[in-house]
Design a protein around this ligand. Structure first.
Ligand code: ADE
Ligand code: ZN
Length: 319
């Protein structure tokens, strides 16, 4: 039997497919700077993280109402269920919406509507993780956490994402300490474009339970040994790494070496609408490019479930 997958690293705004972008623009009367679907699709060529983030944030303009957020999230669950995902922990970027004048309540209501029904509708258990935009001031992250706690937001944790280089984890010590004290799970993107030191900072200064990406740990053998020893989960995203030029091709991706080194890695889609596919596409690509075996896929699936924040009962059901 193949073990189902937990998807631990995906940004719900990164699941907004081009067709849905145009549909929501029409529904909300928003003028987009694209002539048509082909024109929009032609923009999906990236040179680095920032070139992707520019399009990712621009396309969020079509998300206005709770219904928009719910529709986007249901579309992800439907596709993820087909990919073999049984549990999903979903990032969203509240600041990217509130900064455009969308009330936090619209964002939370829409996401919560889809997440609360995901098990009944799609057989996928799920949770929400509020991703802090690390290129914005720490004071804004503090205010966001205050707001999320004040309204009793239906989140299981906080994360840290957006432009990494120049925005080290050390910038966010206070907000992560407050989140942990409030009983939230904490994770952070580190070592995607940023140096291995950011991974160490995320662990030691933020107290994170998982590292998102973490691929640049391979530049520091002491750090690799520590990650293996402490079984720190690394939520890797091979298709993303290719599309954002962290690695040249899928054949060059070090996932198998990471597994062989004993690192606790999982495979995730990151921003599936932007990076050429969902998690089943990532596995198919790895089988074709590096000959990923059925045994390795099993280890990756089990890692994903064990590293999830699902209940012990749910984990036992899936393993
Ligand atoms: N936000 C969405 N996708 C991201 C990624 N791959 N890295 C950092 N921030 C992101
Ligand atoms: Zn990410």
């Amino acid at each position: 039997m193949t073990t189902p997958l937990a998807e631990l690293h995906m940004h719900i705004e990164g699941s907004l497919e081009p067709e849905l972008i145009l549909e929501l623009a029409e529904r909300n009367g928003i003028e987009l700077p694209y002539a048509d679907l082909d024109d929009l699709r032609s923009r999906y060529e990236f040179t680095d993280l920032q070139s992707f983030l520019d399009l990712y944030f621009a396309n969020m303009a079509v998300l206005r109402t709770a219904q928009d957020f719910a529709d986007m999230t249901r579309a992800y669950f439907a596709r993820a269920a087909r990919a073999g995902v049984a549990h999903a922990e979903i990032f969203f970027n509240p600041q990217a919406h509130t900064a455009r004048g969308v009330p936090l309540s619209e964002v939370l209501d829409g996401l919560a509507d889809a997440v609360s029904a995901s098990e009944a509708e799609f057989g996928v258990t799920s949770g929400l993780i509020a991703g802090i935009l690390r290129d914005r001031p720490a004071s804004e992250a503090d205010a966001l956490l205050t707001d999320l706690l004040a309204v009793g937001a239906p989140i299981i944790g906080i994360g840290l994402d957006s432009a990494e280089v120049g925005n080290p984890p050390s910038k966010f010590v206070d907000v992560f300490a407050r989140a942990r004290a409030a009983g939230l799970h904490v994770v952070a993107h580190a070592g995607e474009e940023g140096p291995p030191e950011y991974i160490t900072e995320a662990l030691d200064l933020l107290g994170v339970e998982r590292i998102d990406h973490g691929i640049r740990c391979l530049e520091d053998t002491d750090l690799v040994q520590r990650l293996v020893r402490e079984r720190i989960p690394l939520t890797t995203c091979p298709l993303s790494n290719v599309r954002l030029r962290v690695v040249d091709t899928l054949a060059d991706h070090p996932l198998r070496d990471m597994l062989a080194a004993g690192l606790n890695v999982s495979v995730n889609s990151d921003d599936p609408a932007y990076f050429g596919g969902y998690v089943d596409d990532a596995f198919a690509g790895l089988v074709a490019a590096v000959g990923l075996t059925a045994e390795e896929r099993e280890v990756l699936a089990r890692n994903s479930i064990q590293a999830s924040f699902a209940s012990d009962d749910r984990k036992a059901q899936l393993l």
